[in-house]
Write a new protein. Sequence first.
Length: 641
Amino acid sequence: MTAMASRLLVLICIILTASCASSPSQQPPRSSGPDLSKSPPPEAEVLWRKAEQEKATGNLRGAVSTLEGLAKSYPSNVIAPRSLHKLGQIHLQAGQGERALQYLDYLLYTYPRWDGYRAAQVDQLKAWWMLGRKKQVFKEAVPLYESTSSEPKTQLELALFMVEAYRGQGEKETAFEWAMAGFNVARSPEEQRLLTQATAGLVGEMSEADVRRLYTRKSLTETMRVFLDFRVTQLEAQRMPKEAARERYRALLTQNPSHPLVPEIQAAMLGLAPGEKGAAVNPNKVGCLVPLNGPHEKFGRMVLRGLEMALAEWNEKNTSQTVALVAKDAPNDAAQAARAFETLIKEDAVLGVIGPLGSQTTKAVAPLAERWGVPLLTLTQRDDDIPASPHVVNVFLDNRDLVRAVVKFGRQKLSLSRFAALYPDDRYGQQLARIFAEVVQEEGGSLLASVAYKGKSTDFQEPIQKLVSVARQNLPPTGDDSTPFEALFIPDQVQAVSLIAPQLPYHNVVGPTLLGTNLWGEGPLVEIGGTYVEHAIFATPYHPDAGSPRQRSFKERYEALYKSPPSYLEAQAYDAMMLFLQARSMLRGKAVERVSLLQNLRQIRNFEGVAGTYGFTPAGELTRSYMVLQVSNGQLVKVAP
């Protein structure tokens, strides 16, 4: 028998059998049919790859011939239903619904135990739709969706198809319900993006009355509500001044920084910008804003070391997609930092920017990041004075979370309940004292006293005595002259702690556990504090001598390059670059958009860096881990996590 005759015989069998499988209810039980547990033999895998290559190069006739041969030659192997399914998809894509249905019906009737059975049923619905059998599609779609609860990808494919089917029929509300069902099972950013495109197109056709009706649905999810909010904003923006409309879009972005609709919201906002258009993007460039001159140059150079070290490691492993760093000088001058930022965007076309270091420069640059839609990974303490923006990600440590790590350890592991604070009377000390008071209360402890001392003090008699006096006033009188508090928080440099600690017992403050911040990890606490800091604890995201194997490896590599140990600043810069590159790699060769990179960044979970483990909440807030270190027997040891 010739090859052509063989193919004709297969087609005849398919056509004759097709009438036996016109709907899912008429198909045989899934417990019947051949056992498909065996893997395809090597020669079948070779033919499968040949068919895929033929399809990829446009040789559809060759692909069809090869797949038909596979289905005939290996009827009891899993390669047969795979081949039949691929044949159905090829004809669907070619608009040949009748031919597609012949293959799909035969597949569903003959191979009910195949694990791709439900996915083939979805394609069967598509073939029916193509042939005008719409009532049958509407009848079978919901039962099929309900039967695929263990197959979210199949449910997603069905939901996407039904959105367009009902949209084409003008049944927008039902189409919206299918989109909502799709978002319930979508997992990856790409799946969410496909649904977002379909849903945005659907909602974009709705009137305000349509949207208002959908708002009243009890089943409405927060994800879908944002689509409706966006449509209402679009409609209202047509009736208001451009700047007011921009503010509405900006508010929507700020409230939903990680929503998959962000690119559409951003595009609408940029379209209203006076005289501006989206800047060009070079996906192989990342910008950096740090002080390269002046009194803070030292810190800028430290950041650059961390960034360059991460970039070198990345480029060594990814030779086909190397990335270049473009650094601009951003001293503590808001105007100069703003000019440097716009140069990075307009002239260097960087994909995103890491920095700046200071709060003043960050305040100047953050609005520009939003204006141009540029991801900005700042290395600045979170500051209430800096307005929230979906384009700004603060990758620096968060003092509240850091203090919480110390207090929680003290409460849960050391059973501490009575706290006090002795802090420097400067901006940092005041902020940390306020945070400490709030966290102690939140964690169920009691703050008995909080007293400030002047910066650069050497004699702490007065503030220590005041601290004890206030603490005793806040406790019921007992006649006990022992220290009223069990823990003392000192948010200052190691040098200040080394002066305060020896003076505490001199003024009858004996026994409290000293608590500190990451500043304690930036100096020789044990060496200069001696026995006076025994049992002291502090939290930090990074310490070169008390970390994980990854952190120790980072330290060794850094020392080999720069002949000195790294500080937290280099470690944080290293992690910021690695987070950026991780988000960039998730673009996977698609059209590079800054907002897509920002979305990818907010999808990151459990990213192990050298200065902590990072992730993002559903609201787009960065989370990170902090280690707790304690002085024990004259050694600094990690006690949590």
